[in-house]
Design a protein around this ligand. Structure first.
Ligand code: IVH
Length: 674
């Protein structure tokens, strides 16, 4: 069946349009039409090609995945060898390079092109008559592998050159890479499918491009940036490398927007600093920048040494991944009792700093990575990110290396270690006793809503700890005036005040005392229900899990936390010492207090009161049997309105709920005359 002229024309038009939009999307990063429209163009072309197969050509945008799998890659000779670059690891070495270049040329200053050094793999593409004829890997620099079917699947590589003026033979060189985001997604998918993940984007790119089945390559998120040319016929090259790159860009080849012309070595170093600064924000991995003498005529005069040009230099960034050995795995106890395994390393310079230890976070993390003492590991430190162990090099694991297990006893105080359900971290249960948790325990104990010991701040706690005056919270009640007065920024008056505060704190409602103990998961609300339910400290302490779970709002996790806390002898000792020192947690009345003036009344507080804080107001109301809630509803009996009230006052007005100003409130609680 002859192909109607109209169809032939439409197919040609569709291909030109699709190529153009591909270029806008992949090369210019500036699409002109929505994806859906692009898909429609593609589908239309596919439909026509299916109907008239004789119209299908290898450079049609539908033909990116044309070929089936191969047994092995063919070999390709590079007529212009693919060289490597000399490296510099410091500004000093880069200056050396510039000095040699200037001397070689007999000039004072050289114009360079500065480019990101992408971390992927070098690829060469041959375009004959504007059509992609071959794509090959670098191989040994002289012979590489023919990966044409695979490079054809990479969307940013044009199958046909755009525009006009391109030479009949053009060899383009550049880097195929995998963007960070694509790499992350690919690894996620690999893991989800139970397949092995890739170590880094470069390996992923190389592995993807060297697939014998191009359909696999097509599914991998690969991209390419062009950074130079190889063999060229029929083109009067522009005088500079920079202009060549601009020409390539005009023909639809993707060139990095970060490439810049710079003056002299200072320009190069400023570029290096700038790109290093932005390294983490770039969507692809780079391992440095490349400087190239811009003028071809100067490049030619400089020539080559060994396998690298004298006119170019790779100025590397500090490596973000290095290898080292795990000397030990220690367990640190944080101020809240969390146990954190930390790997001690043979010091290694990575990402610009020397790393001697890295956190392994928690038990699950250690198990997942299966890091063992003696293991060789890959350490990664990217930018300001905390260094981490990426993985273990299993082939280097010493014989007999044993799995890490979390200790069952706190390495600091010997108390029992537990891991509560649903939590990633294991914790020391000796909260009141453990030296690692001492400062935090005292700080919490003294805080306003706990024992409310005014003047016992963090700095003072640190001094008491350093001087060995306070080992646990019970020692607070044995502090002597002389001891306190001698401390920094103290004195007679402050010492006196603190002792008064301590004395005052001995008479404390049970719920505040329970809260002050700093038991995990026991906040003020839980402390309150516990106090109400059990009435005495003794009863809370002897309650078993079942009895604890019977308390309203206490679930299995909270019950377990309470139970292990009070079963830990160390904690019991401290509580015992507190009682001995005269602390008297006042018994709470069990059940709902009856017969009090405000029993059964529900209050909401809004705005600031002059005479007392909101917490105090709440406590006063509760002492009179009232319930204080956070939001206004029809069941609210009164809303106490202070200065600058919030929307709660509006709501109360809307619902017609009685509002009390500060005066009325004070009167109600029996505090007239303020
Ligand atoms: S130019 C003769 N420019 O680095 C010059 N290479 O160590 C040859 N690379 O094999 C290369 N970004 O894979 C050049 N902007 C860039 C580059 C770059 C990455 C890679 C390339 C090459 C290796 C040389």
């Amino acid at each position: 069946m002859a192909v109607p002229k109209k169809v032939r024309e439409e197919v040609g038009r569709l291909r030109r349009e699709i190529d153009y939009h591909n270029y806008r999307y992949y090369v210019l990063d500036n699409p002109e039409i929505p994806d859906a429209e692009f898909d429609r163009l593609m589908r239309r072309l596919e439909t026509l090609e299916a109907r008239y197969p004789e119209l299908v050509t290898p450079d049609s945008p539908t033909q990116r995945v044309g070929a089936g799998p191969v047994e092995a890659f063919g070999e390709v000779e590079h007529r212009v060898p693919m060289l490597s670059l000399a490296n510099a690891f410091s500004d000093e070495e880069a200056r050396e390079f510039d000095r040699r270049v200037r001397e070689g040329l007999g000039v004072d200053r050289v114009t360079y092109t500065a480019e990101p050094k992408l971390d992927g793999l070098a690829i060469t593409l041959i375009y004959r008559e504007g059509r992609l004829e071959r794509g090959a890997t670098r191989g040994d620099g002289y012979r590489g592998e023919d990966v044409t079917s695979n490079v054809r699947t990479i969307p940013s590589i044009p199958l046909r050159l755009l525009g006009e003026g391109w030479p009949p033979l053009l060899e383009v060189r550049g880097e195929v890479y995998m963007p960070k985001e694509g790499f992350r997604r690919l690894n996620e998918e690999q893991r989800a499918r139970g397949e092995k993940s890739f170590a880094n984007p470069r390996n992923a790119a190389a592995g993807s491009l060297r697939q014998l089945d191009p359909r696999v390559t097509a599914r991998r998120p690969l991209a390419m940036y062009c950074y130079g040319i190889g063999e060229v016929e029929g083109w009067d090259l522009p005088p500079t490398h920079y202009e060549t790159l601009q020409a390539l860009k005009g023909w639809g080849l993707r060139v990095s927007a970060e490439i810049r012309r710079v003056e002299g070595i200072e320009g190069c170093l400023a570029y290096h600093r700038e790109i290093l600064e932005r390294r983490d924000d770039l969507p692809y991995e780079i391992d440095g920048v490349v400087y190239k003498v811009d003028r071809y005529e100067q490049q030619e005069r400089l020539g080559f040494v060994a396998r690298a040009p004298r006119w170019a230099l790779a100025h590397k960034f500090p490596a973000e991944e290095e290898m080292t050995v795990v000397k030990a795995i220690e367990v640190q106890v944080g101020r809240t009792g969390a146990l954190t395994p930390v790997a001690r390393l043979e010091p290694v310079f990575v990402g610009g700093v020397t790393v001697t230890n890295v956190t392994l976070h928690n038990q699950d993390e250690v198990e997942r990575k299966d890091v063992r003492v003696g293991d060789t590991v890959i350490i990664r430190r990217a930018g300001d990110v905390i260094p981490e162990i990426v993985r273990v090099v299993l082939s280097r694991r010493p014989k007999g290396a044993r799995r890490f297990v979390m200790p069952e006893q706190c390495p600091v105080c010997g108390s029992k270690v537990v891991r509560l359900e649903g939590e990633a971290v294991a914790r020391c249960t000796g909260g009141l006793y453990c030296p690692a948790q001492r400062r935090e325990a005292i700080r919490h104990f003294a805080s306003r809503r706990a024992m409310d010991i005014e003047g016992l701040g963090e700095k003072l706690i640190a001094q008491l700890d350093e001087k060995g005056l306070v080992r646990d919270v019970s020692d607070l009640y044995h502090l002597k005036h002389e001891q306190l007065a001698r401390l920094e920024r103290m004195g007679d008056k402050s010492a006196e005040n603190l002792l008064t505060q301590l004395e005052k704190s001995k008479q404390i409602p049970l719920e505040r005392f329970l809260y002050a103990l700093g038991i995990r998961h026991v906040g003020e609300a839980t402390a309150k229900v516990l106090a109400r339910h059990f009435g005495t400290l003794e009863r809370v302490m002897v309650a078993d899990r079942e009895a604890l779970e019977a308390v309203p709002d206490v679930g299995p996790v909270v019950a377990e936390s309470l139970y292990t806390f009070f079963r830990e002898d160390h904690n019991r000792q401290v509580i015992h010492k507190l009682l001995e020192a005269g602390v008297r947690p006042r018994e709470a009345e069990t059940g709902i207090a009856e017969g009090q003036p405000l029993t059964g009344k529900s209050f909401v507080l809004t705005g600031a009161l002059e005479s007392m804080s909101r917490n105090e107001a709440k406590a006063r109301l509760e002492a009179l049997g009232a319930k204080v809630t956070g939001s206004v509803s029809r069941r609210t009996d009164y809303v106490v309105v202070g200065a600058d009230p919030g929307s709660k006052a509006d709501k109360a007005r809307d619902l017609g709920i009685p509002m009390l100003d500060e005066e009325a409130f004070l009167e109600l609680i029996g505090e007239e005359g303020h």
